[in-house]
Design a protein around this ligand. Structure first.
Ligand code: NAD
Ligand code: ZN
Ligand code: ZN
Length: 395
């Protein structure tokens, strides 16, 4: 079959790989109809490159049609079912899953690395499970994970249930915005866009959206956010405090994480390191560290005293120094982590079945491409060109 494979730093390519097959009685095989590119893929594409090996199949936001079902998944799925596949692989019955902590599933935990549940398309970083930017996908733990959805609507009505809808839902629920309260969403990529809409749906009174991409600011404004252009302000945290009664919003949501641009900077810095004098190389690295943590620090320092910073952006590494004195003195709650996808899907699904499409799921995808053009989809999503907000690939 054809699949999108990682080939080197910021280099991906559609290549021939072996067809997946049922390996365990709880597996299913899905024929993929739609599969999206995520901000998390940009981390793998860029900054996490050194951890990958050529040929790794990427992708963790997929839906499709069940092609084959292992005997122990047959009570849950039938051939021909239309399903969405959650990005984290959880069994549904271990100690963690019983508590709704599906991203920490003990059955699929990546123990040798001290990590949580295995993820699709996250390479050796999260269990080496081939991803869904491919014609077919092997789904482990299929007796629990895949969500069966009805026919008769475009895929995008349901596709984002695989990741960004539950991620944004969790971000807003963790943010714990009081009814009528204020939340600032930092980063208006696909996750931030949905966080804006979900915050409005769940009763926030005022939503501030921060980014620097004009189309993304405009889209969030259409859904009720007050746009703040990063490039118009010197200090995002001070701006948030000014905008909200000199105190700051009740909650902040970091929907940025290790931004792809930062990844490119670090790659450039690494390359330059060999050539630059030590002091200069250190300067580049320091600058990168600060840039990369901009959104996180704004989330921590811009939220009001006693408020909550909800972090859905993905961070890694050990260099993420936190301003502990401020966090402690200001009494900030911190919530974060991979989304526990199946914990939220029952709450979200009715909104997707509503013909009025209250979360605007059909108003997010800006680009549909055949799988063969996935590489240009990655470039466009990275560079945010052509008004690109979300790219969906159709194998
Ligand atoms: P994206 O890269 O499209 O969006 C990031 C946005 O942040 C961009 O629009 C960019 O312009 C903006 N930005 C960059 N620096 C900023 C700053 N300092 N302040 C404000 N905005 C800034 O990605 P996405 O798909 O929306 O994903 C966002 C983050 O969420 C990523 O880190 C991704 O890995 C993470 N994510 C986490 C989970 C989870 O389970 N926790 C799931 C999905 C995605
Ligand atoms: Zn994702
Ligand atoms: Zn489990």
């Amino acid at each position: 079959m054809k699949a999108l494979t990682w080939q080197g730093n910021e280099k991906v390519e559609v290549t021939d790989v072996p067809d997946p097959r049922i390996d365990a009685p709880t597996d299913a095989i899905i024929k993929v109809t739609s599969t999206a590119i995520c901000g998390s893929d940009l981390h793998l594409y860029g900054v996490l490159g050194p951890y990958l090996k050529p040929g790794d199949v990427l992708g963790h936001e997929a839906m499709g049609v069940v092609e084959e079902v292992g005997p122990e998944a047959a009570d849950h799925l039938s051939v021909g079912d239309r399903v969405v596949v959650p990005f984290n692989i959880s069994c549904g019955h271990c100690w963690m899953c019983d508590r709704g902590l599906f991203a920490q599933c003990e059955t699929t935990q990546v123990r040798d690395q001290g990590k949580g549940a295995s993820l699709f398309g996250y390479t050796a970083l999260y269990g080496s499970v081939p991803g869904g930017q491919a014609e077919y996908l092997r789904v482990p733990q299929a007796q629990f994970g895949p969500i069966v959805v009805p026919e008769g609507t475009p895929d995008e009505r349901f596709l984002f249930l695989s990741d960004i809808l539950p991620t944004a839902w969790q971000a807003v629920r963790y943010a714990d915005v009081p009814p009528g309260g204020t939340v600032a969403v930092l980063g208006l990529g696909p996750v931030g866009q949905l966080a804006v809409r979900i915050a409005a749906h769940l009763g926030a009174g005022r939503i501030i959206g921060v980014d620097r991409v004009p189309e993304r600011l405009a889209l969030a404004a259409r859904y009720g956010a007050e746009p703040v252009d990063l490039d118009d302000v010197d200090d995002v945290a001070a701006t948030l405090i000014d905008l909200v009664d000199g105190r700051g919003p009740d909650a902040t949501i970091d929907a940025v994480g290790m931004e792809a641009h930062g990844g490119r900077l670090v790659a450039a810095a690494q390359k330059a390191m060999g050539l630059l004098p030590d002091a200069l190389a250190q300067k580049v690295t320091d600058k990168f560290a600060v840039d990369r943590l901009d959104a996180l620090h704004a989330a921590l320092k811009g939220v009001r005293r006693g408020g909550t910073a909800s972090i859905s952006g993905v961070y890694g590494g050990e260099l993420d120094a936190l301003p502990m004195m401020e966090i402690f003195d200001r009494g900030i709650q911190l919530r974060m982590g991979q989304a526990h996808v199946r914990r939220w899907t029952d709450e979200i699904l009715p909104l997707l079945l509503d013909q009025a499409d209250p979360l605007g799921t059909l108003d997010l995808t800006t680009h549909h491409l055949p799988l063969a053009e996935a590489a240009s989809g990655y470039e466009m999503f990275r560079d945010k060109h052509d008004g690109c907000v979300k790219v969906v690939l159709n194998p």
